[in-house]
Write a protein that binds this ligand. Structure first.
Ligand code: ZN
Length: 382
């Protein structure tokens, strides 16, 4: 019996070694599906000690296309540690839109920004294309400071859903125009050309300056802004991948918080890790992990502030899952992840919700994406 076990075990070991060997000679198609480990960053522990029952500030962080597999891939790649591990309250959100079992980012973003289900493609409007007020606009009306940050163009579906009202997500120039109709304090992302190279000939960068905004394109310069109104447009359209854009999102998160926290009435900030979704569409595990870890580092910046401030609710969720990603193998000590995919599109899966700070206990169990918006509105008294 013992001998048999030894033989079985040896086979198992050989098989495992062979499997790991395979990682080194990957086919072209598989080469982006397997992550062979990379740089690991340190994750700090933050204690959740709320000073108040209801939050004064809310930071909503949306990992576009971020399902449980995307998070687990990031967790494995960083050898078991993520800033997300600090969250003690978690739940799940259902994501379908008003006209489709599987949502797109526009309807998903609008559900999270307004608490209203709408059709795929809709930006801040209901199924009858009527404008619906967003959390950001309600917060503004209440005198709170507001902000948006993303790694895509700032006019792209998710950030647009918080500030614009258009029947279609593709109306980038109209969406850029909607930024001027609000009093948003800080926005950082790509999309410069939607503000400056327009069919209507308007130069919205100049109009923003006339409204008192500092308009900048250089991240280093953006990071030095400590007060006032800031429009940081870091790319003509979307920002590049992490190797090109660097630590844009963690820096944008920190910069936005540092400006917004000066408002005595509190603030609402939405931060999006946009490209977890694009990587999922490509079924590219390496790209997914890069984006997941960049988003987690941004969560780390928000956590650092929330843990110290004690009056800030931090909610991290996704609009939908992308890729039907599964984890088929890996090694947490080596940071290796082997993933598989069921689709090049979005899926109808529930997505995780994490919450930290005053009011976090409201975000446990299974909820709908519209509930997340409603809970935040209620907690902020909007
Ligand atoms: Zn999305």
């Amino acid at each position: 019996m013992k001998r048999l076990l030894t033989i079985v075990f040896s086979f198992f070991l050989l098989f495992n070694l062979a499997a790991q060997e395979n990682y080194k000679t990957l086919s072209k198609e598989d080469s982006v599906k397997i992550y062979l480990g990379g740089e690991v960053y340190e994750v700090k522990n933050y204690l959740e000690k709320s000073k108040v029952q209801k939050p004064k500030n809310v930071i909503l962080m949306i990992g576009d296309g971020m399902g449980v597999s995307q998070i687990h891939a990031g967790l494995t790649a960083n050898k078991g540690n993520l800033f997300l591990n600090n969250f003690k309250k978690a739940g799940f959100s259902t994501t379908s839109s008003s006209n489709n079992y599987i949502t797109d980012s526009a309807a998903g973003g609008t559900a999270l920004s307004t608490g209203v289900k709408t059709y795929n493609g809709a930006i801040g409007v209901n199924p009858d294309t009527i404008s619906v007020k967003t959390i950001l606009e309600m917060a503004e009306e209440k005198g709170m400071a507001t902000g948006l940050a993303s790694t895509s163009s700032i006019t792209h579906a998710t950030p647009a859903s918080f500030i614009a009202h258009q029947p279609s997500r593709n109306m980038y120039e109209e969406i850029a125009g909607d930024f001027l109709k609000t009093d948003i304090d800080v926005f950082i992302g790509g999309g410069y050309k939607h503000f400056t190279e327009r069919k209507d000939g308007r130069n919205l960068a100049d109009e923003l300056r006339q409204k008192g905004y500092t308009v900048l394109q250089d991240l280093e310069a953006i990071s030095k802004v400590k007060k006032g109104k800031l429009a940081g447009l870091t790319a003509p359209e979307h920002n590049g991948r992490v190797n090109e854009r660097g630590n844009l999102l963690p820096v944008a998160t920190e910069t936005a918080i540092n400006i917004l926290k000066k408002d005595k009435d509190g603030f609402f900030l939405m931060v999006e890790g946009s490209q977890i979704d694009w990587a999922g569409h490509q079924n590219n595990t390496i790209y997914i992990i890069e984006e997941m870890l960049d988003f987690d580092k941004s969560i780390g910046k928000a956590l650092k502030f929330a843990a110290k401030n004690k009056e800030t609710l931090l909610v991290v969720t996704a609009d939908h899952e992308t890729g039907g990603m599964g984890i088929n193998g890996g090694d947490i000590e080596k940071g290796i992840v082997k993933a598989g995919y069921t689709t090049g599109g979005h899926t109808g899966l529930m997505v995780p919700v994490f919450a930290f700070g005053p009011g976090a206990e409201n975000f446990t169990g299974i909820m709908d994406n519209t509930d997340i918006a409603k809970k935040i509105m209620k907690l902020l008294g909007l």
